[in-house]
Design a protein around this ligand. Structure first.
Ligand code: ZN
Length: 244
């Protein structure tokens, strides 16, 4: 194996501290449970950062030491400073992987990278979700069966206002009748982005082993390819250009 994949898990971490029903599901925060999941892999190092830390824990140094950033946010997207969003966006363009979870579809960061509203239909009634694997060749579904079933989740429904994914890995069906593109891959610059839908804070979704496996696979898929930074600008010819 090569060098470890350095993962930074970012979480808003407000609702788990302020709402008892959510603290019951994630007593140490959603980021702590995601860290547990990723910590199962010996070749992954995991750090966490949260909204209320200085610069939201997303300093230049923290980002420089990150191969893949995992992002969960919900109620306080607007409190993420624009300059921090821009810093993270540039890191993605330079090759840092990004896993965008659930309600982070509305984060400033994801919207900036997609260039669309990222809006969708929703309903928080705790209904059954079945995530169908629609790309069995994709490394993100390694070890996953035909589908993943979650007994209770929030519904997200089409239309999901995002660009057409470069690879669509999961489509969700919900008991209420809607469908949703729930696992979608993008590239932006040198960076890879995976949007993964499940993870409403009231449900124990991030304790589900199959969901954990998808996130672990996604981190591996999104890790930067080992190659020099891209160079741009006016450049000299690589070899003499013959006059014609
Ligand atoms: Zn939600």
């Amino acid at each position: 194996m090569g060098s470890p994949i350095n993962v930074l898990i970012w979480n808003e971490y407000r609702q788990e501290r302020e709402e008892e029903r959510i603290a019951k599901v994630y007593p140490n925060g959603i980021h702590a449970q995601l860290a547990n999941l990723l910590g199962e892999d010996g070749d992954v190092t995991v750090r966490t950062a949260t909204l209320d830390e200085p610069e939201h824990g997303l300093t230049d140094d923290a980002l420089a030491a990150t191969d893949v950033l995992v992002w969960w946010g919900h109620m306080h997207h607007d409190e993420v400073a624009d300059e921090v969003v821009e810093r993270v966006r540039r890191r993605v363009l330079d090759g840092m992987g990004l896993i965008v979870l659930h309600s982070a579809h509305f984060s400033k960061l994801f919207k900036a990278l997609m260039g669309t509203t990222c809006n969708l239909k929703w309903r928080a009634d705790g209904e059954k979700e079945r995530l169908w694997v629609v790309d069995p060749t994709h490394p993100i579904v390694e070890g996953i069966g035909e589908y993943i079933e979650l007994p209770e989740e929030e519904m997200y429904g089409e239309h999901f206002d995002v660009p057409a994914p470069e690879a669509l890995v999961f489509v969700s069906w919900f008991a209420g009748g809607e469908v949703f593109r729930s696992g979608a891959c993008y590239s932006r610059g040198a960076g890879k982005i995976f949007y993964f839908r499940p993870g409403h804070e009231r449900h124990p979704t991030y304790y589900d082993p199959a969901i954990g496996r998808v996130i672990r696979n996604a981190v591996r898929w999104a890790a930067p390819v080992a190659r020099p930074q891209r160079t741009f600008d006016l450049v000299p010819a690589l070899e003499p250009i013959e006059a014609r």
